[in-house]
Design a protein around this ligand. Structure first.
Ligand code: UDP
Ligand code: MG
Length: 337
């Protein structure tokens, strides 16, 4: 008997081969931080979706939804345990403390791949349309190892979020980062991709930029992003800026190069100034240069400060990477109870 990812081929006594379509085991990984308000509704919707997929034989009956409790301070973990008790379709892991969305998601993906053929990650607030799952599965069966969920419209996002987010994706492109435009962390990945992904050991995680690095055949699925139906965003402006900054400095060394170019331009500029001041000196007009001088000192000082800061940023990143600390610690896994 030969076992491939999607087919089971059985050799009959007659020597003929029979192909059985093997439904893939799907795990949906959902990171949750203080999501007690949304879990019930999310569970209701995901349950309906999973049952529909299992019934129509698109996925195996062993498929599950895995909630990842990211050190929530509210009742999130109690609720997850309760749901798991009532519905075997739902399982969960809990991290030892809050580690942030990206680390929680990675912890979930790496755990889920032990049980699944294919994993889909999504947010707990169901802002990403769960009906896109069907199409993702179809593309997976078509031979895609990664399927990116892409937001076709952001009508429901606030103006501010829309402008900053889209500006960010464009900026990343300018910096040469291979990011799928308007794709967040709603994505399907095959076990094969996740196995390879395990070798990416960095601690400054920016998952949406890292998955394209793995390669394999990929495709996109479009959906409309909805409003968060309950609770508040767990990504306040500060976290968003941090995340964007991580995305840039973890994926592009262009800011460093930019500093070099800037330094060079300023050097050329100062040669001009030198000639200018010399001429002023020779023509006997030196007193009026004071304003100009003080401005230059401040300007160059600030510029140098920024430059050192950016270099420091990268040194700091290296410092964190060399420590090789674990990116998440799983305190409990309901799957192994
Ligand atoms: N999240 C998490 N840990 C955190 C912050 C957020 O696991 O420290 C989860 C959160 O529960 C949600 C997802 O990450 O499932 C995305 O967060 P949110 O919906 O608040 O972000 P937004 O959609 O506003 O960008
Ligand atoms: Mg959200």
């Amino acid at each position: 008997m030969h076992n491939s990812l999607l087919f089971t081929i059985i050799e009959l006594e007659s020597g003929d081969h029979m192909f059985f379509h093997k439904e893939p085991v799907l795990y949906v990984v959902v990171p949750c931080y203080n999501e007690e308000e949304v879990l019930e509704e999310t569970t209701r919707q995901l349950k309906a979706k999973m049952e529909q997929l299992i019934k129509s034989k698109q996925i195996s009956g062993k498929s599950k939804v895995m909630y990842v409790n990211d050190g929530s301070k509210d009742k999130t973990w109690d609720i997850i345990q309760e749901i798991h008790k009532q519905e075997k379709l739902f399982t969960g892991i809990t991290l030892s403390r809050n580690r942030g969305h990206q680390n929680a998601l990675l912890g979930g993906l790496m755990t889920a791949k032990k049980y699944a053929d294919v994993v889909i990650s999504m947010d707990a607030d169901l802002q990403d349309d769960i009906n896109a799952i069907d199409e993702m599965i179809l593309k997976y069966k078509d031979g895609c190892d990664i399927v990116y969920g892409v937001r076709s419209a952001r009508k429901k996002d606030t103006f501010f979020k829309r402008v900053t987010a889209q500006g960010f994706y464009k900026f990343m492109k300018v910096l040469g980062v291979d990011c799928v435009y308007n794709h967040a962390d709603y994505r399907l990945t095959s076990k094969r991709v996740l196995d390879e992904f395990e070798n990416y050991k960095e601690v400054n995680l920016f998952l949406r930029g890292m998955f394209p690095l793995v390669g394999f055949k990929s495709d996109v699925v479009y959906y409309e992003r909805k409003e968060r139906f309950a609770g508040e965003s767990k990504y306040p402006l500060k976290k968003m800026l941090n995340f964007a900054w991580d995305g840039i400095t973890s994926f592009s060394v262009k800011p460093l190069r930019f500093i070099c170019v800037l330094g060079f331009i300023i050097l050329l500029f100062s040669i001009g100034i030198m000639i200018y001041s010399l001429v002023r000196y020779l023509t006997g007009n030196t007193v009026s240069g004071w304003t100009f001088l003080s401005i230059s000192i401040w300007f160059i000082g600030g510029l140098q400060m920024i430059s050192i800061g950016i270099i420091g940023e990268y040194v700091g990143k290296m410092y964190n990477e060399t420590k090789q600390r674990p990116r998440y610690i799983i305190a409990e896994n309901l799957e192994e109870k």
